[in-house]
Design a protein around this ligand. Structure first.
Ligand code: HEC
Ligand code: HEC
Length: 276
C-alpha cells in the first residue's frame, strides 16, 4: 500500500473517532509557508532591441478594448501596447507579427485553457523584459490579481455592446473556469453578446494592469504584488518546492480543482510530521 492509500485507509478506520482527533491533528500542524511580503523588484534593462516607452494605462486599455473585434483577447492586449511602441519607437515594433496572437482567443484556439488576455500580458512581459526571474514575478502578479479581483472594472466611453457586465471573481486563470464562473453569476450564456462584452472589458482591465506593471518596472518603482492566496500558501507548505511532499509546480489557486479529501484533512498534518 502506498503512503497515500495508507492515509486514506487510516482515515476510514478512524473517521468516527471523535473530536479529539482534530485537536491532535492541530498539534502537528507544520508552520505555514509565510506569505511573501511585497518587495521592490530590481531590473536592469540590457541592450535589447525591444525598448519600452512609458504608456498611458487608461488610453492603452481603451485601445485594447477597440482592437478586441479585430482578433479577440490576446491579440487586442498585445496590439494595444505594441501599436503604440511602433508609433513612438518605430522598428522593430513596426514589423512585429501581431496576427500571431490571434491564436490565444478562447484559452488558446478555443481550447479553454489559459485566458487569452493573460496570455497576451505574459507575451508582452516576455517581449520587453529579458530577465526570466523578473518575468516570472511580474506574470505571477498579473495572474494572481486576475484570480482575486472582481472584474470587469473597465468602463468604455463608447461601449461596443450596450451592456454593463456584473463583476465576478474568476478564481482561476483558465478561460473556461473564468467564463463559466461569470456566466453563473451573471445569468448569461457563454455564447451571449453579454459574455463577449465581459471579455472585451476584461481585456481592457488586464491591458491596463500590464501597462502599469511595465511603466513601474522601467521606472524602477515596481513593488511585487500584495495579493496573497492564503489557502494556496497552506497547500504549498507541504506540496511546494520547500515542502517534504514536493510534488507540485503550480502557482494557480488550488481550490477550483482540488477539495481536500477527508483522509487528507484528518491525516495530512500527522503524516507529514512523521514522513522523511
Ligand atoms: C500538512 C501538510 C499538507 C498540507 C498543508 C496539504 N497537504 Fe496535500 N498531502 C499531504 C500528504 C502528506 C499527502 C500524501 C502524499 C504522499 O504521501 O505521497 C497529501 C496528498 C494530497 C493529494 C493526493 C491525495 C489526496 O488525499 O487527495 C492532493 C490532491 C493534495 N494533497 C492536495 C492538497 C491541497 C489542494 C492542499 C491545500 C488545500 C493540500 N494538499 C495541503 C500533505 C499536505
Ligand atoms: C486547473 C486544475 C488544477 C489546479 C488549479 C491545481 N491542480 Fe493539482 N492536479 C490537477 C490534476 C488534473 C491533477 C492530476 C490528477 C489527480 O491526481 O488528481 C493534479 C494533481 C495534484 C497532486 C498530486 C495528486 C496525487 O494523486 O498524487 C497534488 C499534490 C496537487 N495536484 C496539488 C495542487 C496544489 C497544491 C495546487 C495549488 C497550488 C494545485 N494542485 C492546483 C489539477 C489542478
Amino acid at each position: 500500500m502506498d503512503r497515500r492509500n495508507a492515509m486514506k485507509t487510516a482515515a476510514g478506520v478512524i473517521i468516527g473517532g471523535g473530536a479529539g482527533l482534530f485537536t491532535l491533528t492541530h498539534a502537528f500542524k507544520p508552520v505555514g509557508k509565510s506569505a511573501e511580503n511585497p518587495q521592490k523588484l530590481d531590473y536592469k534593462p540590457d541592450e535589447s532591441a525591444w525598448k519600452y516607452a512609458r504608456l498611458d494605462p487608461i488610453a492603452t486599455a481603451g485601445l485594447a478594448y477597440n482592437y478586441y473585434s479585430e482578433g479577440s483577447c490576446m491579440y487586442a492586449t498585445v496590439k494595444g501596447v505594441v501599436s503604440q511602441l511602433a508609433e513612438i519607437i518605430g522598428e522593430p515594433f513596426t514589423t512585429f507579427p501581431l496576427h500571431l496572437f490571434k491564436y490565444g482567443h478562447g484559452g488558446v484556439g478555443g481550447y479553454g485553457s489559459v485566458c487569452g488576455t493573460l496570455n497576451g500580458a505574459a507575451a508582452l512581459i516576455g517581449l520587453l523584459i529579458t530577465d526570466k526571474t523578473v518575468q516570472d514575478k511580474m506574470i505571477a502578479d498579473v495572474f494572481r490579481w486576475y484570480e482575486k479581483e472582481p472584474l470587469p472594472a473597465f468602463s468604455p466611453n463608447t461601449p461596443a455592446y450596450d451592456h454593463n457586465p456584473v463583476k465576478s471573481v474568476s478564481n482561476s486563470v483558465l478561460c473556461h473556469a473564468s467564463n463559466t464562473n461569470w456566466c453563473k453569476t451573471a445569468g448569461f450564456k457563454v455564447d451571449s453578446k453579454e459574455r463577449k462584452e465581459r471579455c472585451r472589458r476584461m481585456t481592457a482591465d488586464v491591458t491596463m494592469k500590464v501597462t502599469t506593471s511595465l511603466n513601474e518596472i522601467f521606472e524602477n518603482a515596481y513593488i511585487t504584488s500584495v495579493q496573497t492566496d492564503e489557502a494556496m500558501n497552506t497547500c504549498l507548505t507541504c506540496h511546494g518546492g520547500e515542502g517534504k511532499v514536493n510534488n507540485t509546480a503550480v502557482k494557480m489557486s488550488c481550490n477550483p480543482c482540488h477539495t481536500e479529501s477527508v483522509g487528507h484533512q484528518i491525516f495530512a498534518d500527522i503524516h507529514y510530521k512523521v514522513m522523511e
